[in-house]
Ligand binder design. Structure first.
Ligand code: FES
Length: 60
């Protein structure tokens, strides 16, 4: 499923980046460009990070 329409980034790609060690919103943005345009997908990206890291709060 595409999460970031502006950059055409799927949830799969975002989850892969989280598993590669990008555990903050800023890191995920830098890694795959999701959330770097209009920002409408930011909440969904945060949710994916939270799901992958239930004890950590996404920041930045
Ligand atoms: S939908 Fe992701 S930056 Fe616009």
């Amino acid at each position: 499923m595409i999460v970031c329409l502006c950059k055409g980034v799927s949830s799969r790609t975002i989850i892969d980046e989280i598993h590669r060690g990008h555990r903050t919103l800023r890191q995920v943005r830098a890694a795959c460009k999701a959330g770097t345009d209009c920002g409408a997908c930011t909440r969904q990206i945060r949710q994916l990070i939270e799901k992958a890291n239930p004890t950590e709060r996404p920041s930045g």
